[in-house]
Design a binder for this molecule. Sequence first.
Ligand code: UD1
Length: 418
Amino acid sequence: MKLLKIENSSISGEVPISGAKNSALPLISLTILAKNRVTISNMPNVADINTMLKLLKLLGSEFEFENNILNIDTSKISSTTATYDIVKTMRASILVLGPLLARFGECRVSLPGGCAIGLRPVDLHLKALQKMGAKITIENGYIHAVCNKLQGTEIIFDKITVTGTENIIMASVLAKGETKILNAAKEPEIVQLCNTLKNSGVKIEGIGTSSLTIEGRDDLLEIEPLSVIPDRIEAGTYLCAGAIANSKLTIKNIILSDIENIVSKLKDMNFDFKIEPNKITILPTDTIKPINIVTSEHPGFPTDMQAQFMAVATQADGVSTIEERLFENRFMHVAELQRMGADIRISGKVATIYGKNRLIGADVMATDLRASSALVLAGIIAKGETKIHRIYHLFRGYENLIKKLEKIGVKLTLCDEE
Ligand code: UD1
């Protein structure tokens, strides 16, 4: 297992942002509904994408993935089982449930189980598919779904769910008649999925709103070549690197409107920005102001940016609060930041961060993808050396992380666990 050592560093320069893993995952799944060979560019080469491709291969798809371009052919899919081995490493494997069921009328997908940040059930995905006529049973830890043809209907999600909305959008493409999804998620990744369907000739209304209407059809899709949107969470993470180091840093290949919720919080912390086409530069400030954050669904403040802002808040002059409303156990990074000298107290869903604290390098443990990025940010400004264990979590979602960090001046070494 690898360990990442980071030294206190000054940073500056420019970081190119990669394609969004959370948009790429449903797009790969969507190719199950394609009759043609699909080309997707700006595909991030990260562990989660390779896991999804491994799953598609096990189902019988053929693909080439080089230079961030994926060419995939799902016409020869022969298996409809997503095994425990794969699903346990990546919950988002559940995204094959909707398209497999819609195309083949039967599939088995391992139940994901809990994860580091909470229980994360998939009951809403299953309830919605049942409403569309699927018969669902749980057998030996697997979701077994069967249908003749899914029926278009009205789905009202009790809670907003990103992958749940994506699964039902994909399932509805081959359903009989119209599917209306109310209380749908409206993250930029959902918008890209809907736009891809629209460009493939699917009649879909309400894109970008919480009420989507999708007209089902009988035949598979002809999907035009497409490019994955930039990763707003990766962009936000590097902006937080600029913020915590209070340094000028430029982030390029971005969609500004997708990161407005992140930029506006950094503005509340007293940072200024220079905005150019496809680029944003964070500028240093005299005083980093404390902040109050409540995570919520898009366009609210993303839960995937909460840990990184907590690291930045340790450097603010005053008391900040972060309330986590989406996941019940997403403060795993707190204990690690405390090991580095941060003064953070948790009460229920709220973490209170008492700034400003000089952070000091320590051995810390990465627990999930975003929590680990907060530790990297803390490591950049901590005195001495920070050793981040279980660093593999980071490679699930940050493309070329080591190279990108080195390029902006972070002194780091990736080595084997001692
Ligand atoms: C997606 C993102 C993840 C992000 C999260 C919230 C992907 C691959 N992952 O995860 O990075 O942190 O959205 O923005 O896109 N819930 C239920 N029942 C369900 C489904 C969800 O109770 O059937 C609950 C969850 O436990 C959670 C909340 O709903 O409390 C939101 O979860 P959801 O939006 O489904 O997250 P994911 O789609 O798994």
